[in-house]
Design a protein around this ligand. Structure first.
Ligand code: ACO
Length: 437
């Protein structure tokens, strides 16, 4: 009968060992027993960028990248986007089950209780330059909350953790909206707790002189769906940052700030902003083939295309395309959609993209909707960070409660100089290569 193990022979020593396989993986630590002698550290694995390394066991999000499947706690993303609200999905991601009506009512009330920012935090935000990037403001302000809630450092206390989780989910839209108002020089708008999570966010962004902000229900629902789609995505770059920083038992505000920093990069959450810039550069449909030629020549990447895990259509991109129609009925069609659709059509027929299994990812269409709703491209990644905070926190909590986890500390393969002695200054030659440290 087949055995769940792999037999390895170390050709250096002829030592043969059987390494157990569990869940399709072997434990890297099992390789340590392959040694050339008592002083040998033992065999390691080398996996830059974690291309083939599972860093944790997780029960939160399932992705089948080849089939284009995404599920939170077992529920298909398509059903959650159609049938649930964002806060319902947040509850599911954090607690493992969808809430019953009274649980959801309490959960909404608890999050709503934490939407206000301390006035000193508001003043902190006022200190940024008028043209500061909203993601820089968001990451810094989230980090600053660590000073407002010093008890948050007791990360092993479940009650303390639960409170910070609610605070972060409640306050992210408030900080995000303030970064937006700040860049426009508008006064900040306080949360309106009568409104839904998405509608309150819209209130804090766009309320002017009217006594009560009325969010367009179609746009609020579209935003809510976009929040659902972005809520978690297993071990992506920013979640890995959250887990890595959190593994040192840093408090959740500082860990979330680190995750925001990771998200801001153009290869990750920053891609949605880059897609819009790219569509502006392309300008018209007739210029797409020339642009694609440059991508294929390696001059730059097609932003919003490709994914480490999805080698098929990103299911979130499909839902976003569908949500776009409802938004455009209210806002009018974003002219960039035609360029994006044509770009997708041409790319999906081109051998370069087909061979590499490069499909549109979540960021390809999200920016087009956000822009139609009135957001500036600089805000797009902030809009991603609001819902992803739920995923970061669920993953952070799972990591802290996982008895197998320790401080994240990878190994390296040292490629530098062998031991050498410091030469007195007067005897040193001028270095021929510039320092790259
Ligand atoms: N445009 C053109 N070529 C691409 C693209 C792209 N967008 N993405 C990957 N490729 C090419 C690579 O050059 C490489 O080609 P090669 O085999 O000839 O060298 C091949 O496809 C494999 O790509 P990798 O870079 O090895 O894939 P990796 O998994 O490391 O990167 C990533 C994934 C970062 C998402 C990449 O596809 C990319 O940079 N895309 C553009 C940025 C983007 O949209 N990021 C958002 C991702 S979704 C998210 O984070 C929310």
């Amino acid at each position: 009968m087949a055995k769940d193990a792999v037999s390895l022979v170390d050709q250096r020593t002829q030592a043969a060992r059987e390494i157990p396989i569990q869940d399709g993986a072997i434990r890297a630590m099992d390789l340590r027993q392959f040694k050339t002698g008592p002083d040998d550290f033992g065999l390691m694995t080398y996996d830059p960028a974690f291309m083939n390394t599972a860093s944790c066991r997780s029960a939160i999000t399932f992705i089948d990248g080849d089939k284009g499947i995404l599920r939170y706690r077992g529920y298909p993303i398509e059903q959650l986007a159609e049938k649930c609200t964002f806060l319902e999905v947040a509850y599911l991601i954090l607690f493992g089950e969808l809430p019953a009506a009274p649980q959801l009512k309490d959960w909404i009330a608890e999050i709503t209780l934490h939407t206000m920012l301390h006035e000193t935090t508001k003043k902190f935000l006022e200190g940024f330059r008028y043209d500061a990037h909203p993601m820089g403001m968001l990451a810094s302000t989230v980090a600053a909350l660590s000073t407002v809630y010093p008890e948050s450092r007791h990360v092993l206390d479940p009650t303390v953790r639960a409170l910070q989780i609610k605070r972060l989910i409640g306050k992210m839209p408030t900080i995000a909206a303030y970064t937006y108002r700040h860049s426009l020089g508008y006064p900040y708008v306080y949360p309106d707790n009568d409104l839904s999570y998405a509608a309150n966010f819209m209130n804090m962004l766009w309320k002017m002189m009217e006594p009560k902000y009325q969010a367009n229900p179609t746009l609020a629902r579209a935003l809510d769906i976009l929040f659902i789609l972005h809520a978690d995505h297993e071990q992506n770059c920013s979640t890995n940052a959250m887990r890595a920083v959190g593994s040192s038992q840093a408090d959740p505000f500082l860990s979330t700030a680190a995750a925001c920093a990771a998200l801001s990069g153009p290869l990750h959450g920053g891609a949605n902003e880059e897609v819009l810039k790219m569509l502006d550069v392309i300008g018209s449909k007739d210029r797409i083939p020339a642009y694609i030629d440059k991508v294929k020549a390696g001059e730059f990447k097609l932003m919003g295309f490709g994914h480490r895990v999805y080698k098929n259509y990103d299911p979130r991109a499909r839902i976003i395309k569908w949500a776009a129609d409802s938004v455009f009925e209210i806002t009018g069609r974003n002219a960039k959609l035609d360029i994006a659709l044509e770009l997708e059509r041409i790319a999906l027929e081109d051998e370069y993209f087909v061979k590499r299994k490069l499909y549109p990812n979540v960021d390809f269409y999200s920016g087009i909707i956000y822009q139609a709703m009135g957001f500036k491209p600089e805000m797009f990644t902030v809009l991603f960070a609001i819902p992803r905070t739920v995923g970061w926190l669920a993953q952070w909590q799972e990591m802290l409660c996982d008895g197998e986890q320790k401080i994240a500390r990878p190994r390296q393969i040292y490629t530098g100089e062998a031991a050498r002695d410091v030469v007195p200054m007067e005897q040193r030659g001028v270095a021929t290569t510039p320092a790259t440290a």
